[in-house]
Design a protein around this ligand. Structure first.
Ligand code: GSH
Length: 217
């Protein structure tokens, strides 16, 4: 049993859970996980036992209790500095924090209209204008980070960082909803989707029995 536990929602749908879990997995940290099926009568009470916000993900590590995906990622970066979850260079780190916060605080139309659903058959959906604007902004972020900071690897800042964890669920959405991408964004999406940790998460999502109709668009 590890002394660090991450509490998650359904792997098929819970994009915020994926972000925290992926950061921990990529950092090579030993942890246990508890998956709480969401949007069932008992879900809220079960989540509240671990997370005062009533939302997942949450993390427990000794006396530390952390909720909010980005705060969890920050905690992992601070507690395991050798994992380099933020870029070491200050300018790159500032940019990584900016694009991570932009994801954490925004892109609501995209999140609502194209919910993460890893089991969904791959097929395009009609994209409203406000979702297209989100997609364009995200692609601009990806292109800019890859061009300015990505030379040393396939991720936004070269090696894997929290910024990649924050955008990993977007890569799954672009894949699931067959969003047409330019060459740079397509390659970056592929780099995320083919990570062994992503494959592990997707396999677990496929094995889950729970269906949340609201996310089956
Ligand atoms: N801002 C939060 C969002 C967390 C969130 O909305 N989690 C969803 C699952 S992806 C949840 O817990 N939903 C359960 C509920 O609202 O009852 C974070 O970054 O962790």
């Amino acid at each position: 049993m590890a002394d660090l536990t991450i509490i998650l929602g359904n792997k098929n749908y819970s994009s915020w859970s994926l972000r925290a879990w992926l950061a921990a997995r990529q950092a090579g940290i030993a942890f246990d996980e508890i998956v709480i099926p969401l949007y069932r009568p008992e879900s809220r009470e079960k989540i509240l036992a671990h997370s005062p916000s009533g939302k997942v993900p949450a993390l427990r590590h000794g006396a530390a209790q952390v909720w909010e995906s980005l705060a969890i990622c920050e905690y992992l970066a601070e507690t395991f500095p050798e994992a380099a979850l933020w870029p070491r260079d200050a300018a790159a780190r500032a940019a990584a924090r900016a694009v991570s916060t932009e994801m954490h605080a925004g892109f609501l139309p995209l999140r609502r209209h194209l919910p993460m659903n890893l089991r969904r058959a791959i097929a395009a959906r009609q994209i409203p204008g406000e979702v297209e604007a989100d997609i364009n902004r995200i692609c601009a972020i990806w292109r800019d980070c890859r061009a300015r900071f990505g030379a040393k690897g396939p991720f936004l800042f070269g090696g894997f960082t929290i910024a990649d964890a924050m955008y990993a669920p977007v890569a799954t959405r672009f894949h699931t909803y067959a969003v047409a991408l330019d060459r740079v964004c397509e390659a970056y999406g592929q780099a995320i989707m083919t990570l062994p940790a992503m494959q592990e998460w997707i396999e677990a999502a496929h094995a889950e029995p729970w269906v949340v109709e609201n996310f089956e668009v």
